[in-house]
Design a protein around this ligand. Sequence first.
Ligand SMILES: Cc1ncc(COP(=O)(O)O)c(C=O)c1O
Length: 398
Amino acid sequence: MTDTTQHKHETVTSALLARDAVHRSGLWEPDVVYVRGDGALLYDAEGREYIDCMAGIAVASVGHANPRLARAVAEQAERLIVCPQNLGNDTRTAFVDRLFEHVRPPLQRVFFCNSGSEANEAALKWARAATGRRRFVAAKRGFSGRTLGVLPMTWEPKYREPFGPYGMEVTFVRYNDADELRAVVDESVAAVLLEPVQGEGGIHPAEPGYLEAAREVSADVGAMLVFDEIQCGVGRTGTFLASEAYGVAPDMATLAKGLAGGVPIGALLMTESVAAGMPRGGHGSTFGGNPLASAAGLAVLDEIDERALMPRARSLGDRLMAGLRDVGGERVREVRGRGLMIGMELKEKAAPVIAALRRAGVLTIAGGATVIRFLPPLVIDEGQVDAVIGRVADVLRS
Ligand SMILES: Cc1ncc(COP(=O)(O)O)c(C=O)c1O
């Protein structure tokens, strides 16, 4: 890039950000403008290229500008966009058929909505309907969403506390501590909600035996076990649901993020008996299950299967994890994760390292104060994984 074109582009970026600043909510202050993507790569308004290990927080599962996904959405838009869930729709039916080729019994029913928070809210509501109880158990470091219905289940005090008190009772337990679960889950509990791999909390996979214990403890007292698979589901950890690898079946599971590759979607999966607990018309969503999201979901499942993205998540996840572990060094406390859901815990604040990585052309995101999360599209290739490892090594050495 010549000096003149560089200057012109910088002007484009500053102008866009200045316009953006006039009306934005004030929650964030972006300083880069992204304009284009291609697989695991993103490009900013200055033409700079980034390897995207954030994927819109585990959303761009099949990569940016995925041709099959783009075609499916465009074709559906030309045919039919609007068709709510109380009306039948051919594309939705095709998507549901394919979804339940991946989701195993006893999960047999699905309610569609438009985001992760909505899917978790639906789970809480179905749990209340199915049990007639009102108390919930959630995990410390867990993240369930930020809408008022699920905020009481989100651990991080700075998100939760300013908006209380809440109309529901939630007990937080230490994640991976089966004894604590046994101590607090009793006949008053409607549901226990757990992420099989905690995401926002810093990438903490369930330890062997923990989800099994949660299953047993919940079943013993008639409480629902809900797995929040919003971040870890849809193949990211190498199996369609992360909980499959543990061999534990919940009463409900929630999906969102990667399920439609970027088109807004949320899904509550549940057993026959849980579904039967909600009266007809007891819940709903105007946009849930719309044909556009269904077409996108169908394309995502086709991509996952035909390009073998789940085994790929395992092998490339192993490669990335091994590489990051080798980087090691005195600034790194631990590298952990499953598949392409990896956290590098530092002995220092993650934010400056994340900023330096971005300057080096790698996008990552924090998980808590000291963890760098790596959640790339499942289509990332070996060369890109190796480049990420190399740039992390350079940044940590600098
Ligand atoms: C595990 C988990 N649950 C729920 C949510 C909330 O999803 P959404 O932002 O789509 O409402 C998130 C989002 O990061 C998440 O990671």
